[in-house]
Write a protein that binds this ligand. Structure first.
Ligand code: DX5
Ligand code: ZN
Length: 218
């Protein structure tokens, strides 16, 4: 499978997120990552379903929606209706995770599970048959521009080995602090989807193209 570089729109100018979306789309990216924060599960706020729905009108690019919410089960339908293609939910808060994953699928969307950097990889195991993606956070979620935590790649290696043993097909994603220098280690550790905010949007067209090609043409 072709590896994917998913620009995180969180790093764009929030007065004109459409511009960041359209630039990623025009540059040939196939996914865009949308970070939703509630000020409870993470100490920051971003944007909600209305923004996602308004962005949806401008592009058919794959919408990878990462919910950083204490009660994600309450917001699945609004984000599904807003045009999410994949909705990822964290394992750390207390709610019925399996039922929420099934709800995502019943709405015709792909489902993902997310682990914070210090959450053991085993916490994803009960859900591996019910998800299309496992996201391993490589920063403590809440803010862009942090440093990549290399130790998390031991979890992506474990997941990649398990996937092979069990003939499963979920994608493995990392998110946080990813730049061109992290690409080789991520690819060697079984990662399929690399989310990049700051490193992607701060670069000029040539550096964005080189960054993307180091992932997508690997
Ligand atoms: C962190 C978010 C990330 C963030 C990545 O809470 O989940 O998606 O946008 O941004 P960078 O690449 O700047 O770390
Ligand atoms: Zn994210």
């Amino acid at each position: 499978m072709k590896r994917i570089l998913a620009p995180s729109i969180l790093a764009g100018d929030h007065a004109c997120l459409k511009d960041s979306l359209l630039s990623a789309d025009k540059d040939g990216r196939s996914w865009i990552h949308l970070d939703i924060m509630d000020g409870h599960f993470v100490p920051n706020l971003s944007f909600g379903p209305q923004t996602v729905a308004d962005l949806r009108k401008h592009s058919g690019i794959f919408f990878d929606v990462h919910l950083m919410l204490d009660q994600p089960q309450k917001y699945i339908e609004p984000f599904a209706q807003a045009g999410a293609d994949l909705i990822s939910i964290h394992v750390e808060p207390k709610y019925d995770i399996l039922e929420t994953l099934r709800n995502i699928k019943s709405l015709g969307k792909k489902a993902g599970i997310v682990l914070n950097p210090d959450t053991p990889v085993e916490e994803a195991f009960p859900y591996l048959n019910d998800v299309e993606l496992v996201l391993c956070m490589t920063v403590v979620p809440g803010f862009g521009g942090q440093s990549f935590m290399e130790k998390v790649l031991s979890k992506t290696r474990t997941l990649s080995d398990l996937r092979e043993q069990n003939r499963q097909s979920f994608l493995i994603e990392v998110d946080g602090g990813v730049g061109p220098s992290q690409v080789p280690a991520c690819l060697e550790s079984g990662v399929d989807v690399l989310v990049a905010g700051t490193a992607y949007f701060k670069g000029d067209k040539k550096s964005r193209d080189e960054f993307a090609s180091s992932v997508e043409n690997s």
